[in-house]
Write a protein that binds this ligand. Structure first.
Ligand code: IPE
Ligand code: IPE
Ligand code: MG
Length: 245
């Protein structure tokens, strides 16, 4: 994570796009279907968006799939979401690997069933040398939990107060080594982070669309990227032209 950032017009294509994939439940409700049908449709959409990111030349795609707060949902929904993760890895891993996609996970694996943990670890290991697009899956992820985890690590390592810095903390986050997202997209119209990448989002550009996640297609992604391209990123500084009279 770089400390100095150039100011001015955003690049045409962000290198890191992060998506809060929201609205699966409402998408299903609108159709009189169970919530899990919405999650299934959302998962199918993910495949399309990963492909679109590869085509567009996005280097990192982080997807918020399950938050630390989502454990509070009804048991069948939580179990259904765990099953969906399992079947996605089973069905898609080979093709993703062939397309040069690297998989990473952020969050805590501890709470997941042992077989799923092993499956996730194997997928990460298999794809670790791929470099076309890194898909970062936030599953059992919470931004506050991530910071707690980082602090625990620093204390355990015996770091002294005067050694603490932004880059040292960043190095202990689950996202260590991944550049901060330039663009964060949230579907379904909600305007909040819901505990997503709260540290890394410090200077991200936000884009909210009313589209529910299963309906968020390549054109919607392009619209978000176009909107991002028009943003003026100042990082607390002022544009050169603001110095002119
Ligand atoms: C997002 O869709 C997926 C997860 C949080 C797992 P939701 O399930 O939150 O859908 P809504 O917000 O109820 O429509
Ligand atoms: C955020 O969506 C989490 C994911 C998309 C995985 P939620 O639907 O859980 O967020 P809230 O409850 O509306 O804030
Ligand atoms: Mg939601």
């Amino acid at each position: 994570m770089s400390d100095t950032k150039p100011t001015g017009q955003a690049q045409a294509i962000p290198q890191h796009v992060a998506i809060i994939m929201d609205g699966n439940g409402r998408w299903a409700k609108k159709r009189g279907l169970p919530r899990l049908a919405g999650h299934q449709a959302g998962t199918e959409n993910l495949r399309r968006i990963i492909r679109a990111c590869v085509e567009l030349g996005v280097r990192y795609l982080t997807i918020y799939a399950f938050s630390t707060e989502n454990w509070g949902r009804p048991r069948e929904e939580v179990e259904g979401l765990l099953k969906i993760l399992e079947s996605v890895i089973e069905k898609e891993l080979r093709e993703l690997h062939e397309e040069g996609v690297q998989l990473r996970h952020i969050g805590r694996l501890e709470k997941l069933p042992a077989s799923l943990r092993t499956q996730v670890k194997n997928a990460i290991e298999l794809t670790k040398d791929n470099d076309r697009l890194t898909v970062v899956v936030a599953f059992n992820y919470g931004g506050k939990d991530e910071i707690v985890h980082a602090v625990e690590q620093l204390i355990r390592a015996g770091v002294k107060p005067e050694e603490v810095s932004e880059s040292l903390i960043a190095s202990q986050l689950f996202t260590a080594g991944i550049p901060d997202p330039e663009l964060i997209i949230r579907t379904s119209g909600e305007m909040r982070l819901s505990n997503f990448l709260i540290w890394q989002a410090a200077y991200s550009e936000y884009y909210v669309t009313p589209a529910y996640w299963p309906d968020f297609d390549k054109e919607e992604l392009q619209k978000a990227i176009d909107a991002y391209g028009l943003r003026n990123r100042r990082f607390g500084s002022v544009d050169d032209e603001n110095y002119k009279d």
